[in-house]
Design a protein around this ligand. Sequence first.
Ligand code: ADP
Ligand code: MG
Length: 325
Amino acid sequence: MPYSEFEIINKYFARQAFGSKNIILGIGDDAAVLSTPTDKQLVVSIDTLISGVHFPGQTSAADIAWKALAVNLSDLAAMGATPAWFTLALSLPQVEHDWLAAFSESLADISTAYQIPLVGGDTTRAALSITIQVAGHVQPGGALLRSGARVGDQIFVTGNIGDAALGLYALQQQLGGTADADYLIQRLNRPQPRVELGQALVNVASACIDISDGLFADLAHILKASGVGARLQQAHIPLSEAAKHFLSDNPQSLPSIYNRGDDYELCFCVPKEKCAQLDAIEKRLNCRLNHIGEIVAGCELQVFDARNKLLDLGNDNYDHFAGKV
Ligand code: ADP
Ligand code: MG
């Protein structure tokens, strides 16, 4: 039986997984009505995921839904914001109930996990694309910017770097099926945005970005916005055990891991005198913070290998318009 747009919305998106006192009116009218705290600033971001560009065509509906909201939450995390609500613009080539059921269930899972309710959206018929807009709150002036890094600040990353790039490589080369490859593919499909950590870094970090285009490319955005350079020690960039095993079996996959890859970890800078505060944050949130280098004068990103030799970084990070993949 063909479903109308309204039936799809009612069946799959209108029910809220949890309540929020800030939603005066959610899905169902011409627009949502939300109350906004008067003592906070609003932080807003939007990201589109297109099949074949942001996820391989065979990605499951559940993974697509998770990732679509996770990448947006990661932008809130990078700003130090507390999630408030999101909207969803969904284009579907056809109505497939199994797909919609899996998509909406997974979306409800991540929405509950990060306590961010869906308050509205739009549903259209077209090639598969998912656009999510998120909003969050920060204390006035508290947002973590790219532009605050200063010479002498120490540079950190959360978690492990490169898993998602290797996961994509494993998928493309059809190397799934081993524990390592499956772990890396899971990291590609189910990023865990560092929302709580971002909030904890407010008033501690001088600059912050989430890693969506590769560590080097994203750190370069901080350097450009702040008018500074950086020196990194390659040996200090944390790799998961799975990544180390995978790289030893597939050494040709190495070049992609720092220059590409959507790990959705945070890269941030901390003035030396505030670094002591990181221990408590690390313990409280059970999130490993890895010191990888320091901000220096100039504008270059320099990475040194274990023998203190300067690495040639190349320039092959992903850029939608430059056409490098
Ligand atoms: P209008 O034609 O007035 O723009 P719509 O028919 O697009 O209204 O949407 C009706 C209601 O359903 C609105 O509250 C809208 O925000 C919500 N909505 C539509 N599509 C989605 C979706 N994919 N997810 C969540 N809410 C949706
Ligand atoms: Mg509409």
